[in-house]
Ligand binder design. Structure first.
Ligand code: FAD
Length: 365
């Protein structure tokens, strides 16, 4: 079948690659540059997501941990293990037992793909790489292992593999309209495909609306911002903020420190940039935990992306991070999905396209 994929983020690229693997002729359309939106503005972690355990989303964590391994094996030069410290203070939202249970589950779920087991460090025995933590009220810290990647480079690596296999990629090509019968219009052409896969991330619902294709799925668009601070850090930290119970990451980043992220609801009309309030929130988060404070002038740059979360009517913090796939005629739309699990998402999209010859409307979770 001739399949068009709209969107050159990681989910579009991995869908196109999986579809090509099933023998389809695949053309991908991206209105800007590949990985130019959310997929190039992530926290750059390949992970199961410790906090999803708290939400009871064990499947999401299990899949993330196993997919982490897939990326590390395929592209070792663009991925690496990172040690993360989770400090425990007397005022912390979670006690030591709860954290130990969560980390044990994280270890067990990673099974043979583990990057190293978690351990507890008492305050007296903290290693020097965690010695910058404020001592007042500090009981100790857990350490655990996850992986880091270069999201833009790794996404382009996957796109290169997909092209090698025969996917045709059109960058700087805006898709203005799609139709249930497989017609796709760009600013220059009107083309015909057997199936159109709409993987436009935060813009997936907007493309359907502009094309007058009905959808049951609402997206909750939640901006996340990061700071890059001119200061090295050897280890990573997952800071459990007592103010709102969120996790903020402090991560090594090319000899600098990457600090993020935030959760701010926004619309597609607003610019996707880090606000002054988000800068202050992240600086405060860091300075609450570390002896040597960072100032606004230490910030080298900021970047922001929008999470396309499937709206379940919950708070931004508690929304689902898994994907929903919806089929309407010859149009398969994908909502949500994580960077780490994009290969699995691509396989599920290819399954949905396989079933697409049976015309109609359906929703697959
Ligand atoms: C702040 C933040 C931190 C994150 N951190 C992590 C993390 O550490 N690890 C992890 O696993 N996940 C993380 N995520 C989640 C992950 O980054 C996203 O789920 C994923 O990148 C979404 O990819 P996507 O391809 O669906 O969307 P996008 O990357 O946004 O791609 C969609 C593409 O579609 C294009 N497009 C839109 N409309 C059209 C059109 N009409 N015509 C042509 N092209 C169009 C856009 O230009 C865009 O490039 C994070 C997300 C955010 C926001």
């Amino acid at each position: 079948m001739r399949v068009a994929v709209v969107g050159g983020g990681i989910n579009g690229v991995m869908s196109a690659w999986a579809l090509r693997g099933r023998g389809h002729d695949v053309a991908l359309f991206e209105r800007g540059a590949l990985m130019g939106a959310t997929s190039g503005a992530s926290s750059k972690l390949l992970h199961g997501g410790l906090r999803y355990l708290e939400q009871g989303d064990v499947r999401q964590v299990y899949e993330g941990l196993h997919e982490r391994r897939w990326w590390m094996q395929r592209a070792p030069e663009l991925t690496r293990r990172v040690e993360l410290f989770l400090p425990l203070y007397s005022h912390a939202p979670h006690g030591r037992l709860a954290l130990a249970a969560g980390l044990t589950a994280y270890d067990l779920l990673s099974g043979r793909t583990t990057l190293g087991r978690h351990r507890w460090w008492s305050r007296q025995n903290l290693p020097t790489r965690a010695s910058e933590l404020k001592c007042d009220g500090l009981r100790g810290a857990f350490s655990y292992w996850d992986a880091q990647m270069d999201d833009s480079a790794l996404g382009r690596w996957a796109a290169d593999r997909a092209c090698d296999d025969g996917v045709v990629i059109h960058e700087n090509t805006d898709v203005t309209h799609i139709a249930r019968d497989g017609e796709l219009r760009t600013t220059h052409d009107a083309l015909r495909f057997d199936v159109i896969v709409n993987v436009a991330g935060p813009w997936a619902r907007a493309l359907l609306d502009a094309s007058e294709i009905p959808s049951h799925t609402q997206l909750d668009l939640v901006r996340g911002s990061h700071l890059i601070v001119n200061r090295p850090t050897e280890a990573g930290f997952a800071l459990n903020l007592p103010s709102d119970g969120r996790l903020v990451f402090v991560l090594p980043h090319h000899g600098r420190t990457l600090l993020g992220t935030t959760e701010v609801r926004q619309t597609l009309d607003e610019p996707i940039v880090c606000s002054v309030a988000e800068r202050e929130y992240l600086l405060d988060a860091y300075n609450n935990f570390f002896e040597n404070p960072i100032r606004d002038t230490d910030i080298e740059t900021t970047f922001a992306g929008v999470r396309p979360l499937v709206d379940t009517g919950k708070s931004a913090h508690a929304q689902r991070h898994g994907e929903t796939i919806e089929v309407e005629g010859s149009v398969v739309s994908v909502f949500g999905g994580k960077w780490t699990t994009s290969r699995l998402l691509g396989e599920r999209v290819a399954d949905a396209v396989g079933k697409c010859t049976r015309r109609g409307t359906s929703r697959l979770n």
